[in-house]
Design a protein around this ligand. Structure first.
Ligand code: URA
Length: 222
C-alpha cells in the first residue's frame, strides 16, 4: 500500500491509497450517480442548446455529473433517467434490451376498437411498423381520451407518430415509467436519487440480452 508492504488483516484503506497485489494495481469501484427527473414541457433533453432554450442541465444542481439516458421531446413531460454510468445507459437504450416505457397521452377524440387493435398488432407509420403496444383507455371526457401506451422501442416521436397514423392528434404526452422507474408523485421539474430498490432493478438490465428474456423485461417497482 503506497509502496509499503502491509501484513495486518483489517487494514483500512481509502480511495486515495495506491494498492498493489502481486503486481496488479487495484482500483476502487467507482460511485456512479443515478437520478430521476420529472422533465417539464418546454425543456430540451440536452446539456446545452445552441438556440438558448431551457435544457435539463438548468434543472440539475451545479457540479452534477450525469447526462440524460435517451430523450424526451421538447413538448413531452415525465420520467427521465440521468446518469454518468455510460455502460448501463447504453444497455438501457439498446433496442435489443427493449426496455418498457409507458406514456400517458391525451388525444383528441375516442379510440375505436379497430384503433386499439392496430396499436396492439403493430401500427404502420409511414417510415416503419411499430412493434406491438400495450394499450389502455383510462378515461374519455369532453371529446378527449386519456390513453396509456406501453412500448419497447424508442424511435423519434414514436408515440405521436403512432397516434398520428390512426388520425389522432396528441394534445399532451407524459412518460410515466421507464423500465422499473416510475414517475410517482415527483413534482414537475424536480429530481431525486434512485432508491436502492430502483438501482437493483435497473442492474438487471446490465446483463447481456440473451439472459434478459422478454418475459423479464417489464419488472416494475410497486
Ligand atoms: N414518443 C414521442 O412521441 N415523444 C417522446 O418524447 C417520447 C416518445
Amino acid at each position: 500500500m503506497n509502496g509499503r508492504v502491509v501484513r495486518e488483516l483489517g487494514t483500512v484503506v481509502d480511495c486515495e491509497d495506491r494498492i498493489e497485489v502481486e503486481g496488479r494495481i487495484l482500483s476502487a469501484p467507482r460511485e456512479f450517480t443515478y437520478l430521476i427527473l420529472n422533465k417539464p414541457v418546454g425543456v430540451v433533453t440536452t446539456m446545452r442548446d445552441p438556440q438558448g432554450r431551457r435544457t435539463v442541465a438548468d434543472l440539475l444542481p451545479a457540479g452534477t455529473h450525469a447526462v440524460p439516458v435517451g430523450r424526451l421531446d421538447y413538448d413531452t413531460a415525465g420520467v427521465l433517467l440521468l446518469t454518468d454510468d455510460g455502460e448501463l445507459a447504453n444497455r438501457l437504450l439498446h433496442p435489443r434490451f427493449g426496455v418498457a416505457k409507458t406514456y400517458r397521452a391525451e388525444i383528441d377524440g375516442r379510440l375505436s376498437p379497430e384503433d386499439v387493435r392496430r396499436l396492439h398488432g403493430g401500427v404502420r407509420v409511414p417510415e416503419f411498423r411499430a412493434a406491438s403496444a400495450k394499450v389502455r383507455v383510462v378515461a374519455v371526457r369532453r371529446g378527449r381520451s386519456i390513453v396509456e401506451l406501453t412500448i419497447h422501442e424508442g424511435r423519434n416521436r414514436q408515440v405521436r407518430r403512432m397516434f398520428q397514423a390512426l388520425g389522432r392528434r396528441v394534445l399532451a404526452l407524459t412518460r410515466t415509467s421507464f423500465g422499473p422507474l416510475r414517475l410517482g408523485e415527483l413534482p414537475s421539474g424536480h429530481l431525486r436519487r434512485l432508491t436502492r430498490r430502483e438501482r437493483t432493478a435497473l442492474e438487471r438490465h446490465r446483463r447481456p440480452p440473451e439472459q434478459s428474456p422478454r418475459t423479464k423485461r417489464d419488472t416494475t417497482i410497486t
